[in-house]
Design a protein around this ligand. Sequence first.
Ligand code: ADP
Length: 504
Amino acid sequence: MRRSWAGAKVLIANRGEIAVRVIRTCREHGLKSVAVYSEADLHAPHVDLADESYLLGPAPAGESYLNIRRILEAARRSRATAVHPGYGFLSENPVFARAVRRAGLIFIGPTERSMRVLGDKVAARHLAASLGIPVVPGSHEPITRARDAASVARKVGYPVLIKAAGGGGGKGMRIVQSEAGLEGALTAARTEARLAFGDDRVFLEKYIQRPRHVEVQVLAEVGGKAVHLGERECSIQRRHQKVIEESPSTAVDANIRAQLTQAALKIVKRAGYSNAGTVEFILDEDRHFYFLEVNTRLQVEHPVTEMRVGLDIVWEQITLAHGQPLSVSQDGIHFRGHAIECRIYAEDPENEYFPSSGSIVSLSPPGGPGIREDRGVEEGGEISAYYDTMVSKIIAWGGSRTEAISRSIRALEDYEIFGVKTNIAQCLSILRHPKFRSGRYDTNFLEEQLPKLSPIPKHALLSAAAVCILLEQAQAGEQPGNNHEVKKSEWRTQSLDWMSDEAS
Ligand code: ADP
């Protein structure tokens, strides 16, 4: 049913940068926004930015951002008319989508039916295969017995990957090199999947060596018309989690691109899908592609696409959810230049990138031509141990890939965060690495290069050293004199030399 979005009031069932992102689009279009928050997020920017905000409960997600009853209560009290789920939390939960719709609200996402079909990796593999789209060789049904796992593994050949049917975020995945490790891995993966997703169904796929992760962004209106917004390459990953994404992909040519985008559109049309979605593929060394899964929500990396096509995907989501037609036809979508996103996480490079929670004492974000920063925390704010530790996303656009890389590097060099440790230096090292720059990298790149990538950028060390000098001077009652002054431009020059040594 086509409904007017004018006068809509959107509750954002999420936190952090994505809540801020959605609120901004609502404001641009004159829609009222409602934030929900946990006790840990009392001072978070999304709470301030929204027109109204409602406390859900204590910090643990089960008592706040995952609590359907409390979210619906906030929607009722605020008289919200629509709910945007963001990503993570309840965004791919059909029970939530149904509860929202049963409460008379618009769910800004697909129907529960298509969520159930596509959100389940085993069901989605069936659907893709039935359309003649290649899927990674493996089991067609969930596997519980080691005997069955062994027989599939023998057929497809080792190494194999055990994956959770209802999984996400790389959880519940196990690579198995030989039959000896199969039974233990199966038990461990099922336990991990049950704990993480409340669903212990796992299946088995051939482990593709040196793969590239390439995904297609689609938009679909109710009734089946769909367009694609091109592909994103997401092969820079740590533990199967994306760190840097770019568009276009350096792994695909026009021919493969056409095949991938057409396959993606076929899948969403067959599933009766509407709203924004992402169809993920994996490419092997010979550039054969295989369907992986569909994400039935907005992706973290959606800005990379927005920067290239000049569309606001969140606004498209809102209008599509109101039954409106797509704002553009496929012919009206034009791809310009190159975009790269770096996810900045609060994590400790010296402690195996363990989350580094705490307060952000000072924060100076980058800006300038071609740079977009999406962030959900401010100076003085907290990176909470309860949630994902992403501080922000730096997205750089350039007329060419080289320009997008140079702008990303310049932006990350300018980014200063004190109080928590971050992966900024690691992102810089990746962007400077000859293999990344050549575009010939795969999902193993980060794990293989990690030990060689520098944990702390020299300019950060020098900044910290300069702060210490100033503090010492202040304590000693000295004024910083010319003799002691360290110019920031000098730290940068030194850091650049040092970083390029390390990257070679
Ligand atoms: P999740 O939903 O947990 O993110 P995905 O199926 O999207 O799981 O896979 C996440 C990542 O795991 C992929 O981007 C890729 O790096 C790796 N992966 C998944 N399936 C395979 C496979 N069959 N072979 C090799 N790597 C894989």
